[in-house]
Design a protein around this ligand. Structure first.
Ligand code: ADP
Length: 243
């Protein structure tokens, strides 16, 4: 179980971007984190994973996150990543090994087998020696997910993984994540497309600075909760919203 207790964050010390968000998630699950632009979804993850300063605490199976770091993987928004960094696809995936390896340790033959297996899972084997800068957005996202697999993380956080990617990559990624869930992992996905919420997520965390709702999708994906999060202007493209 992962437990978030009073997660808060402020960028200027005056305005809270995230305020006292508390909830727990039991694995296995695929959890959607939804809310309007600027609601603090990314900030919540960064603060909860101690990637930025903030208040509150996160525990993994009752232990402080600092002691269970290897079990947690985070894939930031594509816009935050430097694509031009000169590194091959295989090397990029192998970075998932570093939470358990010291940087000076050599990557062993078994490690490379792990990398090859992860690349096969995301259907990117033949790209192993290419530079990451040559990949499409969807291919790159698949590589980043392969990296979490190599890390063998149990709790995986993905920030808007489907933005600007092709439908095939989105499908491959969702199938892969369902497989991860079957292995007992919990996957958290910041997502803005409400039309896919019911198809993709077992549970929802609905945020707008504060936690508005958390629970099974069929109980939380309601008009009242969405109105509270998004205001009256909400437009749900083709999606069914429960009363
Ligand atoms: P979301 O992911 O829901 O779109 P964010 O977590 O990115 O929301 O942003 C929450 C709030 O924090 C917004 O008001 C945003 O402008 C602000 N914010 C986000 N990142 C920074 C930053 N690096 N510096 C200052 N303010 C930020």
């Amino acid at each position: 179980m992962i437990a978030f207790d009073n997660i808060s964050a402020s960028y200027d010390g005056v305005h809270q971007a995230v305020e006292d968000v508390t909830f727990t998630v039991d694995k296995p699950a695929i959890v959607g984190i939804i809310g309007p632009n600027g609601a603090g979804k990314s900030t919540f993850i960064k603060s909860a994973l101690h990637l930025i300063d903030g208040g509150g605490s996160t525990t993994v199976d009752g232990k402080p996150l600092q002691k269970r770091k290897k079990e947690v993987a985070y894939v930031e928004q594509k816009s935050d990543i430097d694509y031009t960094f000169p590194i091959t696809v295989g090397e990029c995936v192998s970075l998932g090994l570093y939470p358990e390896k010291q940087f000076f340790q050599r990557i062993t033959k078994e490690d490379w087998q792990k990398v090859d297996h992860a690349l096969a899972l995301v259907k990117m084997e033949e790209f192993k020696d290419r530079q990451i800068g040559e990949l499409s957005g969807g291919q790159f996202q698949r590589i980043l997910i392969a990296r979490t697999f190599v890390q063998d993380a149990t709790f995986i956080f993905l920030d808007e993984p489907f933005v600007g990617i092709d439908a095939t990559s989105e499908q491959i990624i969702m199938e892969l994540l369902s497989g991860f869930k079957k292995e007992g992992k919990a996957i958290f996905i910041v997502h803005h497309d409400l039309s896919k919420v019911e198809r993709y997520f077992d549970e929802l965390v609905i945020l707008n600075k504060k936690l508005i709702a958390k629970g099974p999708t069929d109980e939380t994906f309601t008009k009242a909760n969405l109105q509270e999060a998004f205001g009256d202007t909400i437009f749900v493209g083709g999606g069914q919203v429960n009363d």
